[in-house]
Design a protein around this ligand. Structure first.
Ligand code: C5P
Length: 236
């Protein structure tokens, strides 16, 4: 069965990341490398993580002119990452260029293109935050609009908050992959996450992948914590 757990490697050094990777690679589906780790450890850090046999989700949230984003996607494809992110608010032309670059690079290298994921509205933005940047102050409508645009431009996946999964499942094709952070078990600390679902609730609502950070990497026994989350997915 597909292992839907993606562990966010939100740690400052490659050394700390590799220690987690070594412990967790056998029990998780992939690792997320974000801006902090990528800026400090670079592509070589990604390769070192992959050399353990693990897949990498490169979460750099590209947003630039189409040509620049396409070239960044091509570079990420050459790194053989499994997934990467772009801001859907970068517009249709940018999204199409990103997907096309991934597909072309996949064809050239004879492997599956990385899954280009569209990020809709960052969860820290509320209606007032949207209004501040001149966007209609309705987060739900903006998420729907950007998700539909991303799918129309060929993207095969989206990042969404757990509370948006059910809504998006009604308006996007069923084979669109949904990747969801903001996951907390019933007894877990919420940290700074406000709108959460449990791992099982998120999968039942239609998520394909769960991005989980602190509940795993900050646990006393990360591997046991990951195992417990996986086991919870099979409970009735
Ligand atoms: O530690 P925690 O499980 O909260 O980590 C979740 C990961 O998902 C972090 O890397 C965080 O930056 C990311 N994320 C998030 N909420 C979003 C988008 C990304 O928590 N809306």
């Amino acid at each position: 069965m597909h292992n839907p757990l993606i562990v966010a490697l939100d740690v400052p050094t490659l050394e700390a990341a590799l220690k987690l990777v070594e412990e967790l690679a056998p029990v998780v589906g992939a690792f997320k490398v974000g801006k902090e780790l990528f800026v400090s450890a670079g592509p070589e850090g990604v390769r070192r993580i992959q050399s353990s046999g693990a897949s990498v989700f490169l979460d750099l949230k590209f947003h630039d002119i189409p040509n620049t984003v396409a070239r960044a996607v091509e570079a990420a494809s050459q790194l053989d990452v499994q997934m990467l992110t772009v801001h859907a608010s970068g517009g249709g032309e940018m999204l199409r260029a990103a997907e096309q670059a991934a597909q072309e690079c996949g064809r050239k290298l004879g492997r599956r293109p990385p899954l280009v994921l569209g990020v809709t509205v960052l969860t820290n933005l509320d209606n007032a935050g949207l209004s501040e940047i001149g966007v209609e102050p309705d987060v739900g409508r903006q998420v729907e609009r950007l998700a539909s645009l991303a799918v129309k431009c060929g993207l095969r996946g989206l990042v969404c908050s757990p509370l948006e999964i059910a809504l998006l499942r009604q308006i996007i094709p069923s084979d669109t992959q949904l990747v969801t952070p903001g996951i907390r078990g019933p007894e877990a600390k919420k940290d700074d996450q406000k709108r959460t679902l449990s791992p099982k609730e998120a999968i039942d609502a239609g998520a394909n992948w769960l991005v989980i950070g602190r509940p795993i990497w900050a646990a006393e026994h990360p591997r046991a914590a990951a195992g417990k989350i996986l086991a919870s997915l099979n409970e009735p």
